[in-house]
Ligand binder design. Structure first.
Ligand code: G3H
Ligand code: 13P
Ligand code: NA
Ligand code: ZN
Length: 328
């Protein structure tokens, strides 16, 4: 059944776990998440970016999600818009059956420049009024994702601020977070503490200098009842990097967010954890391996089935590590 983000995260807070939010763009990624949720008895957040909506076609995506909810009737499913950048994108997501939207006002609409507080709180409050009138939840974001090692906003996958940023822009200010939640009425708040999107987050195993989990702890002290969201939370597992590189791929040495650091966040109010890259790596690893082992294969089902299975293994591991397993 379809459920809002607010309903899902209230339950998570009550029981002290977090729900991984997996990005999907197609049937195979959706099936991987749903199979993993079924196997672990977990509630689901499926999220689609603006890029996913353009790739799959909004109506096709809406039909897929309805299909997943009907095919897995025991699993609560929240359908969430990832990184909405204006009112219209959020409105059309709601028209297409999304039960939750993210209004990311941390950047200007074109994504190039960090936005000021007035812009972010103003546009986010406007989306909250519209979405709540429709019974839909809203995630906001305060602080800019990017690397504390380089000072660059995340642009690996073509989004994020392109100028060099100050440390105070890359770390959410706890006092401002308090004000933002009051000013906007968001159901969940994404915060910045040194993670970035994509595979290249850290050039070494992260420590507190480059992954500032203490910021989350301070925000949680001030906002104990606010559901916090971590973006850029893929762990970029070394074994998946290796499978890809052993079969003709080229992933440069890199580190992601250790699962134990996410678990530390979950003890401090993190209730939604965004993961896309790990699943991309899993599918690519399985497809490269399958095709390398049998170059004569050309039936897409023959390599997509292992891709679904390898992605489902990642999803299962996250459902379990974040404590969501058993809570469907
Ligand atoms: O926000 C980042 C997610 O990984 C989605 O990426 O915009 O390439 O679909 P995308
Ligand atoms: P990753 O690139 O770390 O998987 O982050 C995904 C994300 O934050 C989507 O909004
Ligand atoms: Na999101
Ligand atoms: Zn994100």
């Amino acid at each position: 059944a379809m459920i809002t983000l607010r309903q899902l995260l209230n339950h998570a807070a009550e029981h002290g776990y977090a729900v991984p939010a997996f990005n999907i763009n197609n049937m195979e990624q959706g099936l991987a998440v749903m199979n993993a949720a079924q196997a672990t008895d977990s509630p689901v957040i499926l999220q689609a970016s603006r890029g996913a909506r353009a790739y799959a076609n909004d109506l096709v995506l809406a039909g897929l999600i309805e299909g997943f909810a009907r095919a897995f009737p025991d699993i609560p499913v929240c359908m969430h818009l990832d990184h909405g950048n204006n009112l219209a994108t959020c409105a059309t997501a709601i028209q297409n059956g999304f039960t939750s939207v993210m209004m990311d006002g941390s950047l200007r609409e074109d994504g190039s420049t960090p936005a000021d507080y007035a812009y972010n709180s103003g546009i986010t409050a406007e989306v909250v009024r519209m979405a709540h009138a429709c019974g839909v939840s809203v995630e906001g974001e305060l602080g800019v994702l990017g690397s504390l090692e380089t000072g660059m906003g995340d642009q690996e996958d073509g989004h994020g601020a392109t100028e060099k940023l100050e440390e105070d822009q890359l770390l959410t200010d706890p006092a401002e977070a308090e004000r933002f939640v009051t000013d906007t009425g968001v159901d969940a708040l994404a915060v910045a503490m040194g993670t970035s999107h994509g595979a290249y987050k850290f050039t070494r195993q992260p420590d507190g200098d480059i992954l500032a989990m203490h910021v989350i702890e301070e925000i949680h002290r001030r906002l104990p009842n606010t559901h916090l969201v971590m973006h850029g939370s893929s762990s970029v597992p070394e074994d998946l990097q290796r499978i890809i590189n052993d079969h003709g791929g080229d992933i440069r040495p890199t580190w992601g967010v250790p699962v134990e650091e996410i678990q530390r966040g979950i003890r401090s109010g993190v209730r939604k954890v965004n993961i896309d890259t790990d699943n991309r790596l899993a599918m690519t690893a399985a497809i490269r391996k399958t095709l390398a082992e049998d170059p004569s294969e050309f039936d897409p089902r023959k390599y997509l089935k292992p891709a679904i299975a390898m992605m489902a293994e990642v999803c299962k591991a996250r459902f379990e590590a974040f404590g969501a397993a058993g809570h469907a």
